[in-house]
Design a protein around this ligand. Structure first.
Ligand code: 5GP
Ligand code: ZN
Length: 110
């Protein structure tokens, strides 16, 4: 999607260091963190939101949660507080499906 900011980040039109990258997923820090650890797990394919998910995305969703578990370990969150948040409707500001991993001290709602 031409105007999508996350597509631009994924396509490296906007420079951004990734915490993780695979064929299907990238991870980078939220620009305006809501918690001590605030990472965005973003499928590379432009899916506008969770309303567009179907059974064909099953493998992708499993990979998302595998990556979440890896990030939880890497950021020492296993024994700490952490959450995975997906916003929809008016709570979603970027129309490209993404999962927030929030860990440690919570500062505000995403
Ligand atoms: P949403 O409200 O769509 O669930 O979350 C969008 C998130 O993307 C927000 O937490 C916001 O801070 C973050 N964000 C918006 N623009 C950028 C950007 O250009 N770079 C990064 N790293 N995060 C962004
Ligand atoms: Zn996009």
């Amino acid at each position: 999607m031409d105007q999508c900011i996350f597509c631009k980040i994924i396509n490296k039109e906007i420079p951004k260091e990734f915490d993780y990258e695979s064929d299907h997923i990238v991870v980078f820090p939220d620009i305006n963190p809501s918690a001590d650890v605030h990472l965005l797990i973003v499928p590379k394919k432009h899916i506008s939101g969770m309303g567009q998910l179907g059974r064909e995305h099953g493998d992708l969703l499993i990979e998302v949660y595998e990556v979440v578990n890896k990030l939880v370990l890497e950021n020492n969150l296993r024994e700490d507080l952490y959450r995975v948040v997906v916003n929809g409707g008016k709570a979603q500001h970027i129309p490209h499906l993404h999962f927030h991993l929030l860990g440690g001290q919570w500062k505000k709602y995403v």
